[in-house]
Ligand binder design. Structure first.
Ligand SMILES: NC(=O)c1ccc[n+]([C@@H]2O[C@H](COP(=O)([O-])OP(=O)(O)OC[C@H]3O[C@@H](n4cnc5c(N)ncnc54)[C@H](OP(=O)(O)O)[C@@H]3O)[C@@H](O)[C@H]2O)c1
Length: 275
């Protein structure tokens, strides 16, 4: 599998793991079987995956706690990318709260839960319309200056917000929704590619709908002896060298299937047809 170097010093395989789906229904509370979730997390580095995406709001706290329970002390080279900036008020509810003082509290709490002295990649989960964006990004810059986070990422941003953030701090990744059927962030992806910024597409499988049998990816899948989910991921990897997909799953067979997508090489004709 190809690698990408985040921020000039964190080399990771381009296919990562999204740890949002190891929580309960509605990304709320613990999963039905926490021991199985920990087995799944321990399988992640065994499969050569060394980028795990999480957030304080997944559970809340559940995803970060399970990661620490399953994997601490962490294998060398494992990059845990977490986020702050959302609150949780119930299943499926994600109000924004990116006030600087709160972001600093959230980062301290993530450091404790993940049992880290410094977070490799800390991402601002989303702009908060109640807070000037420069204030939220400035809080992450302060955390970086204090040595609590190594690199800063941002998420759910427009091109203007990316430009604004880059005027305040070095932005090493952008995490936006992007997949075969949703390319609203094409302009942001192109800006990332130009600047060598990692682009982390969330919802890479469009919540499994792209992966359904007899779906639109079936033909390519059959030609590559692959599954539709693998084709969706292979397309993302082929789309840009800065693309770092983080498919999310709570299922061991799906994790193994997704990891194997890193080996698929799509032909120009596949790419043209899929695009
Ligand atoms: N920055 C943000 O605002 C934001 C928002 C959402 C998510 N994220 C991050 O992005 C990651 C990925 O996004 P996502 O989880 O929403 O979407 P996704 O990865 O596109 O889809 C996950 C869904 O697809 C299913 N799935 C996974 N692998 C499959 C396979 N091989 N075959 C069939 N179905 C499969 C999963 O169910 P099973 O569990 O049954 O496999 C789950 O329901 C998250 O885990 C999280 O880390 C970030």
């Amino acid at each position: 599998m190809d690698t990408f170097t985040i921020g000039g010093d964190l080399e990771v395989h381009r296919l990562g793991f999204g740890a949002m789906r190891i929580t309960g229904e509605g990304i709320w509370g613990p999963p039905d079987d926490p021991e199985e979730a920990k087995r799944l997390l321990r399988r992640v580095p065994e499969l050569g995956i060394d980028l795990i995406d999480t957030a304080d709001s997944y559970g809340p706290e559940v995803s970060e706690n399970l990661i620490a329970e399953a994997l601490h002390p962490y294998p060398d080279g494992l990059v845990i990318a977490t986020k702050g900036g959302l609150r949780r008020t119930g299943p499926g509810q994600w109000p924004r709260d990116a006030r600087p003082e709160r972001l600093k509290e959230c980062c301290e709490a993530s450091l404790r839960r993940l049992k880290l002295d410094r977070i490799d990649l800390y991402q601002l989960h989303s702009p908060d319309p109640q807070v000037p964006y420069e204030d939220s990004v400035g809080a992450l810059k302060d955390l970086q200056d204090e040595g609590k986070i190594k690199h800063v990422g941002i998420s759910n941003v427009s091109l203007e917000e990316l430009t604004q953030a880059r005027g305040i701090v070095e932005v090493v990744t952008v995490q936006n929704r992007y997949n075969l059927t949703d390319r609203h962030s094409e302009d942001v992806l192109e800006a990332c590619e130009e600047a060598g910024i990692g682009f982390i597409p969330w919802f890479p499988l469009a919540t499994g709908s792209l992966a359904e049998p007899d779906g639109p990816l079936d033909k390519s899948a059959q030609a590559h002896d692959a599954t539709p989910a693998q084709i969706a991921l292979a397309w993302l990897l082929a789309r840009s060298p800065v693309m770092l997909p983080i498919p999310g799953t709570g299922s061991m067979p799906h994790l193994e299937e997704n990891a194997a997508a890193g080996e698929i090489r799509l032909l120009e004709s596949d790419l043209a047809e899929l695009s």
